[in-house]
Design a protein around this ligand. Sequence first.
Ligand SMILES: NC(=O)c1ccc[n+]([C@@H]2O[C@H](COP(=O)([O-])OP(=O)(O)OC[C@H]3O[C@@H](n4cnc5c(N)ncnc54)[C@H](OP(=O)(O)O)[C@@H]3O)[C@@H](O)[C@H]2O)c1
Length: 224
Amino acid sequence: MTTYVITGAGSGIGAEIARRLRESGHDLVAIVRSERRAAELAGPGVRTVVADLERPETIADALAPLAEETFAGLVHSAGIAELGTVAETAADVWSRTLTVNVVAVAEVTRVLLPALRRGRADVVLLNSGAGLRTNAGWTAYAASKHALKALADGLREEEPALRVTSVYPGRTATAMQRGVREQEGGVFERERYSDPATVAGVVVSTLTLPVDSRIDDVTVRSRG
Ligand SMILES: NC(=O)c1ccc[n+]([C@@H]2O[C@H](COP(=O)([O-])OP(=O)(O)OC[C@H]3O[C@@H](n4cnc5c(N)ncnc54)[C@H](OP(=O)(O)O)[C@@H]3O)[C@@H](O)[C@H]2O)c1
């Protein structure tokens, strides 16, 4: 039995990844923001750890009980998107965005590294098209995702025992995208976006890739 650690398993792409891993018989440790999410997710084969990724200084203590374990993989799906031009974006938005989307990702990875090395694990980071290209009005989010790419690329060079994969989805029909469309003043057009189950399938295919190979980067775009 193998165990995967996942953030963001409570909704969207992360929830679909968690569902598929459970269906394949894997155990999960879900790192969740709140006791409410923990109660929703906990069940047979699913343990939960409560850690607010906006408070990375709390992560090491929260994850300490996992220190002696061995994990097959770590999937970073948690993330936030607050749109705005540089002129509109105050320091608190920059701090929150970089903290959740980058600093917490690095800290969760750092704390779990011994358990990941033991498992010769996969580390998958949900990036974004915004991690490769910056559109006007997306600067803070894009800066965080560009930094997340650098984190993945550096981790891959530093930790040869791990396979590190950045996944770059386009617009995907989740709660985050609904919020993005509200911020853009547009309509949420589910049929024009990728299905979160499709993106999750790509993530799971990287996790189940035979050991002789690795996928460093994969872009998934909707056809709509
Ligand atoms: N949807 C898209 O169009 C799209 C496109 C490109 C890339 N992505 C990326 O894909 C990933 C998943 O996005 P999604 O669309 O599935 O979003 P989502 O449905 O909004 O899910 C985001 C998850 O992140 C968790 N999270 C947010 N802040 C947190 C915090 N402070 N502490 C702990 N957990 C926190 C949320 O937990 P709660 O629900 O408990 O708050 C939620 O489970 C993100 O990294 C996103 O940037 C999404």
